[in-house]
Each structure stands twice: as C-alpha cells, then as structure tokens.
Design a protein around this ligand. Structure first.
Ligand SMILES: *[C@@H]1O[C@H](CO)[C@@H](O)[C@H](O)[C@H]1NC(C)=O
Ligand SMILES: *[C@@H]1O[C@H](CO)[C@@H](O)[C@H](O)[C@H]1NC(C)=O
Ligand SMILES: *[C@@H]1O[C@H](CO)[C@@H](O)[C@H](O)[C@H]1NC(C)=O
Ligand SMILES: *[C@@H]1O[C@H](CO)[C@@H](O)[C@H](O)[C@H]1NC(C)=O
Ligand SMILES: *[C@@H]1O[C@H](CO)[C@@H](O)[C@H](O)[C@H]1NC(C)=O
Ligand SMILES: *[C@@H]1O[C@H](CO)[C@@H](O)[C@H](O)[C@H]1NC(C)=O
Ligand SMILES: *[C@@H]1O[C@H](CO)[C@@H](O)[C@H](O)[C@H]1NC(C)=O
Ligand SMILES: *[C@@H]1O[C@H](CO)[C@@H](O)[C@H](O)[C@H]1NC(C)=O
Ligand SMILES: *[C@@H]1O[C@H](CO)[C@@H](O)[C@H](O)[C@H]1NC(C)=O
Ligand SMILES: *[C@@H]1O[C@H](CO)[C@@H](O)[C@H](O)[C@H]1NC(C)=O
Length: 510
C-alpha cells in the first residue's frame, strides 16, 4: 500500500439494520452520486507542541524531549514515520506559542528556553517566555523539507498586548517580531503553507483571551504583510485563525470584522473526551452516543463559515481527545483509534478540510511513543486510511488516486454481530430505493485492525491478525490487505475497525 493522503470526497452512507438477538444483518447503502463533502488533499494533519520537559499533569511528565525546541530531528524512526506519509501536514502550535519570541530582526536581549515560574503574574501557564532561534528554525525546516511535510506555523498573538483585568489582553497585536520571522522564512525559501495567529485566545480563552473585533483587525494586518512578503512568489501562504474553542458570537464577529478574503482557514480545537485523568475515559471512547455529541460543534463551525466567511474553510486545528496530555493507557492504546477514526470520518462529512491530531509526539495522546518514537496504535490506523446500529459506524470515501471507494467500518459493539452487505444506490432521489445494485464478481481489499490478545488497551495493533511493528531497520512495515469476493458480506470482529476498498465500485461522484 502506498502512503499518500486520503479522504477526498465523502459520500452519503445509509445504514439499515435488522436487529435480532445477537446477530444483525446490516446493509450499507452508498449513495454514489451524491458527494456530501470534499476534504483538502492534505486532510490528515498532526501537531508539534512547545511543551518543555517539565510540563507535568497528574503526576506524570510525558513530554520529555518531544517539543519543537528539543526533539531529536535526526532520529531515524521519527524521519521514517513522517516520511511514510508522503506529504504529512504538520501544525506547530499549542498553549505556549503565545509566549514564544523569535530571535530574528531586531535582536532580543536574551533568547532562552521556557523556565517554570512560580509567580502567577509572570509568564503564562506557569512558564516564562521562550525563544526560537534561527539555527533551530533552520534545522526544523530542513527536517520538514526532507520528510515532505506541509507546514502550518502558529504565531505568537499576544506580543505587544497588555494584560487588562483577569485574562483579557488588550491593544493591537505587535506584528514586528512575527514579520521578521516571516521575512526570514521567505528569504530562505522555506515552505510554510499557512501562518496561523494565536492559540486558544478566542471566546472565553483558556489562560488568556482577546476580543473578537481586535482579532479581526489583527488578521487584516497579518494578511497584508503575508501578501507583501510573498508578493513575487508563485504561491502565497494561507492565513488561519483563531486556533481555539468554538464560540459562535466570537467566531462570527472575527469573520465580520476581518472581512472578505482575509482569513483562509477558520481553525478550531476539539477535546471532547474531557480531562486525561477522567476514570470514565475508556467508556466514553466506546460509547457511540457520547462520541456523537461533538457532531453539533462541527456542524456549527461549518455554518459559521458558510454564513460569515464563505471564502474560508473550516479546519480542526488541534484535537487530542482528552486534554492535559491525554489519558495514560487509553489515549496511547488501541482503543483510542475508535475515537480518532470516528472523528476523521465525522469531520469530513461536516465539510472540514483539515484535521490536526494532537500530537505527533508528546503527551499520552501522541501517534509516536515519547521515548522510542515508535508508533502507537493510532499511527497505523491512520496509515491504513492512506489507501485511501449506533455501535457500527460507517464512512465512505473515494479511494485516493485509485479506482473505487473505501469504506471505514468501526464496530464498537462487544456483543452484537453484524454481517455487512454493501450496495450501490445510483438513485439521485433519496426517497426512492429501487435502483440499488450490489457490486459483484470483483475483489475487495480488506484491512482489519484489532488489538493484540483482544485487549483494547494494548499498545500493539494487529493488521489482519499480524502485529504492526517497526521493522528491524526502523522502517514502517508493509501494510498488506487480504482479498475477498466483493459479493460476500463483510464481517467485522467485535471492537474492531476495518477498511475495505471495493475496486469495482463505480461511484460517479468520484
Ligand atoms: C441474515 O442474512 C442471512 C443470509 O442472507 C439469513 O440467512 C439470515 O436469516 C439473516 N439474519 C437475520 C437476523 O435477518
Ligand atoms: C514518557 O512519558 C511517560 C509518561 O507518559 C513519562 O513517565 C516518561 O518520563 C516520559 N519519558 C521521557 C523520556 O520523557
Ligand atoms: C533530552 O536530550 C538531552 C540532550 O540531548 C539529553 O541530555 C537528555 O538526557 C534527554 N532527556 C531525556 C529525558 O531523554
Ligand atoms: C538554538 O535553540 C536550540 C533549542 O532551544 C538550542 O538547543 C541551541 O543551543 C540554540 N542555538 C544557539 C546558537 O543559540
Ligand atoms: C510577581 O511579579 C510581579 C510582576 O513582575 C511583581 O510585581 C510581584 O511583586 C511578584 N510577586 C511576588 C510574590 O513575587
Ligand atoms: C474588565 O475590563 C473591561 C474593559 O477592559 C471592563 O469593561 C470590565 O468591566 C472589566 N471587568 C472586571 C471584572 O473588572
Ligand atoms: C499503565 O499501564 C502500565 C503497564 O500496563 C502500568 O504499569 C501503569 O501503572 C499504568 N498507568 C496508569 C496511569 O494507569
Ligand atoms: C459490553 O459493553 C457494555 C456497554 O456497551 C458494557 O456495559 C459491558 O460491560 C461490556 N461487556 C464486556 C464483556 O466487556
Ligand atoms: C461486531 O462485534 C460483534 C461482537 O461484539 C460481532 O458479533 C459482530 O459480528 C461485529 N460486527 C460486524 C459488522 O461484523
Ligand atoms: C464471487 O462470488 C460470486 C457469488 O458467490 C461468484 O459468482 C463469483 O464467481 C465469485 N467471484 C470470484 C472472483 O471468486
């Protein structure tokens, strides 16, 4: 299987089930003439964060050497796992980004790492100001260019503002330090696909907040300088905002104040599983009714963009599931793929163009282990997608760069069986179900993901029964499907995930 980007367009899927005691027959009808959403070619995205090694939660310090500033960029496992995607979208950002200065242009008196501070009125979230020097920025860009990364960089949006009362910051954004970084980056020919302003400063804010009208004005400035700096380039980076939790009035106002053609991407964050130490985390991840709760946010953001910023696109700029570094033995194990793959499927049906997973490394919710950089189970879930009853979740998309469609099925049930038949509904009109046909005669490629020893908290994921592990040379293993007759029903084990590519499924909309 190749490792190129995935979901292109999503089709409408209907699930009909005929319940019986413990076995259900399910028919999935793919409305192959109706596209419900189209995602960006680089839909899958991961984040890199600034957290230093002394960032701790719940008595654990899971960041270690995994931050933008201290990650070992020469680690071969890191390089291989990023490269395996072909083009992986990466967003650099996170809580401390609004506390980072760039040592370029007018030189800073000191350029040093984040330090813990005890005096609340100094620093943010218990840390002093940090600093990115240009030799580290060069190293990062060489790594990104070597590994084919498509980069989004989150700029410090608090620079120059004054703390008013409580957590409100007032005054215009001081763009000079950001501008110096953008100019340096452009002059070096480094490819930044988008510049994002701020992290979680919108609405009520997390540790700090800025008013929406002020943000809208600042975005006009950011767009202006990006246009200026890149005026002779063939491609201009996008500008994104606000990189925080959705708040209807705040988002609407920011878009109204900034006006047409300023903000290219409206980025919002998702932590719908609650805190990382929630004892109920494991159950929430397996509960389809709970997981559905977040659909409303995706719908609302899509509506805000449609109504107030039709020139823009909705992105999930950061999503980690459980906040404060995720849940140990949950977010880093097989079961987390239920949440993650369901989110990828769900967001793309609500017209989001990009989904950035927190994090590639760092915390308990990362795709890669914090010490060895070896992939956690979720990494492979994602890899598999590269090819392109409430307890059974289904999403369908056109196979990427290939014939046919790919169906993602997640079986969250631990007790009810399903036999899935897939039919093609070529009917344009949703009320008529007569013209369905079952693809026949061809082959179906199946990728079944299950946990090792049936333990959903296992850190090892099996693909078609074989453990997915790095090869002895530290490479990502081959991911081979099993073939089956596409007229036979698809059987998905309890608590498992399957991708099926149906090669002879001709969907006109693809
Ligand atoms: C499911 O389908 C099979 C084969 O079509 C049939 O034999 C069986 O009775 C069905 N089961 C239920 C519960 O409808
Ligand atoms: C990795 O994370 C665990 C907790 O999740 C932590 O105990 C350990 O110190 C971290 N290792 C490094 C090298 O940071
Ligand atoms: C992090 O990297 C530094 C410098 O390379 C090294 O001295 C230190 O031992 C590393 N820390 C951990 C926890 O691996
Ligand atoms: C640049 O920053 C990195 C990371 O903070 C640090 O390890 C390195 O020593 C710095 N280099 C210079 C020349 O200051
Ligand atoms: C905390 O820092 C502020 C501003 O730097 C200073 O005015 C205040 O005295 C400090 N408080 C303590 C307890 O050190
Ligand atoms: C905070 O400041 C704003 C103006 O900057 C003011 O309108 C508001 O009443 C203040 N709130 C509190 C709690 O002091
Ligand atoms: C996670 O699992 C490991 C080994 O299975 C165990 O030693 C550790 O105590 C667990 N940690 C938490 C926070 O549950
Ligand atoms: C099966 O799932 C239900 C909730 O969906 C749970 O109450 C039950 O304990 C689970 N059974 C097993 C054997 O895990
Ligand atoms: C889902 O899991 C149940 C057992 O928990 C199993 O009986 C059923 O066949 C699975 N679903 C599908 C679609 O195969
Ligand atoms: C698939 O199954 C159908 C119906 O059982 C059969 O007619 C067809 O020959 C099979 N195709 C292949 C490639 O085995």
């Amino acid at each position: 299987m190749d490792h190129k980007a995935l979901f292109c367009c999503f089709l409408v899927v209907f699930l009909c089930s005929f319940p019986s005691s413990l076995q259900e027959n399910v028919t999935i009808t793919v409305k192959s003439v109706t596209t419900i959403a189209q995602t960006d070619a680089d839909f899958v995205c991961v984040t890199l964060d600034w957290w230093p090694k002394d960032k701790c939660n719940y008595g654990m310090c899971p960041w270690g050497n995994t931050s933008v500033l201290n990650m070992d960029l020469s680690n071969p496992v890191l390089r291989n796992t990023v490269k395996a995607f072909g083009r992986l979208r990466v967003r650099i950002g996170g809580t401390l980004q609004d506390n980072v200065l760039y040592d370029v242009g007018k030189r800073l008196p000191i350029c040093q790492d984040f330090r813990t501070v005890t005096n609340e009125s100094e620093g943010l979230f218990g840390f002093s100001t940090g600093c990115l020097n240009m030799s580290r920025w060069d190293e990062l860009n060489h790594f990104f260019s070597d590994t084919g990364v498509v980069l989004t960089f989150g700029l410090n949006a608090l620079n120059g503002r004054k703390k008013s009362n409580n957590t409100l910051y007032v005054g215009n954004w001081d763009i000079s330090n950001a501008l110096a970084l953008i100019q340096y980056t452009a002059s070096k020919g480094y490819n930044v696909e988008s510049w994002e302003l701020g992290n979680e400063l919108c609405g009520g804010g997390v540790g700090a907040k800025v008013d929406a009208w002020q943000y809208g004005k600042d975005m006009i400035n950011l767009k202006f300088v990006v246009d200026q700096v890149y005026r002779t380039s063939s491609s201009k980076p996008k500008v994104l905002a606000p990189g925080g939790f959705y708040d209807k009035d705040w988002f609407n106002q920011m878009l109204q104040v900034s006006g047409p053609d300023v903000i290219d991407g409206v980025t919002h964050h998702i932590y719908n599983l609650g805190s990382g130490d929630d004892p109920d985390l494991l159950n929430k991840i397996q509960d389809p009714y709970y997981l559905d709760g977040t659909a409303q946010t995706f719908r609302d953001v899509a509506n805000t963009v449609k109504e107030f910023g039709p020139w823009s696109a909705a992105w999930v700029g950061e999503a980690g599931g459980a906040y404060n570094s995720g849940g140990r033995n949950v977010s880093d194990t097989y079961v987390n793929s239920f949440w993650y793959l369901d989110q990828l499927g769900m967001t793309s049906t609500f017209d989001h163009k990009v989904y950035c997973r927190q994090a590639l490394i760092g915390g308990n919710y990362a795709l890669l282990n914090n010490i060895t950089f070896a992939p956690n189970p979720d990494y492979y879930s994602l890899e598999t997608t590269h090819n392109g009853s409430p307890y059974l979740r289904a999403y369908t998309h056109c196979s990427k760069d290939q014939e046919g469609v790919t169906i993602l099925l997640i079986n969250m049930s631990n007790s009810t069986g399903f036999d899935v038949s897939i039919t093609d509904d070529l009917n344009m009109y949703p009320t008529q179900y007569s013209s369905t046909s079952t693809p026949s005669g061809g082959q179906r490629e199946e990728y079944h993901l299950t946990p090792k020893d049936g333990n959903i908290q296992s850190k090892v994921m099996l693909l078609n029964g074989e453990p997915l592990m790095l090869t002895t040379s530290g490479d990502v293993p081959q991911m081979n499907p099993i073939s089956s007759n596409s007229s036979a029903p698809l059987r998905i084990a309890p608590l498992s995930i399957a991708f099926a590519r149906i090669k002879d499924f001709i969907a006109p909309t693809c």
